[in-house]
Design a protein around this ligand. Sequence first.
Ligand code: MEV
Length: 295
Amino acid sequence: MSLAKAFAPGKVILLGEHAVVYGYPALAGPLEQGITVTIEPSKTGGITFQGQEGLSLLEHVLRKCAQSFRVSNVDASITGDLPASVGLGSSAAISVALVRAFAQVARINMRPQGLLDRALELEQEFHGSASGVDHHVAFERKLIRYVKGKRGQPLCLSRQIEMVVWVVEPRGSTRERVNEVKRRYELDSERSKKIFQSIGELVNEGVDALEKGKLKEFGATMNDNHSLLQELGLSTPRLDDACERLRQMGAFGAKLTGAGGGGAVIALFDDADPMVSNLGALGEKAFVARWEASE
Ligand code: MEV
């Protein structure tokens, strides 16, 4: 019998990645896919771990979490249906699910901010200088406008929003991409600041358009955001090509999502299911992300 089980979803950044690290707003939402952490009494003593990839780092994060909750003698398994290392927030989902599960085992009724702070500590082990957007979405499980250091503001959607998420190619580490952007910033801070500021403006325009259900306007902000990410050197030929194909398929807009340098793209459609079927028939890995209208 398990002592605790907790789920946290992956995420997509609809607008604003990287600029969010520098204090500009971002727009991000949860996926259906995510990570489940299950904790059972240990059969062998100590803390043991069952999971697939990145074993040593995951094990380190797991031990850190167990220590911070003063829990020992447990077996933990980390499972899920979220593609890892493609910009869909798997490390944040692991961090949030671990913290929720260990809080249950330790029988601590923590306030949301306490859980968020502990999840961010774990997330920093993966990413170094994470803005916090990923684990806030994993925690809130809502589409939010997020500014670093603050709680996310849920959007008030006038209609359901559907996107295609297309996993295009493998990707390097988020930490490296964030450091690369930092190096560029240090070389020419005026240029980088201008780009971040433009991204921040797109996020605010995008939030307004999405809340009003203006898909065409929102799609335009996605396309412009992709161009600005290209200027930051974060896209790749395959990501650009995927965005172009999605636009030709009738997307209102398309962009890379997450840290870039590979990974996934997202595209806004009225009805995303047929597009996912089309991509699936071509052997591509794609799925739908959907956010319901607010009540
Ligand atoms: C990674 O999902 C998003 C980045 O903006 C980094 C961060 O905000 O922590 C690239």
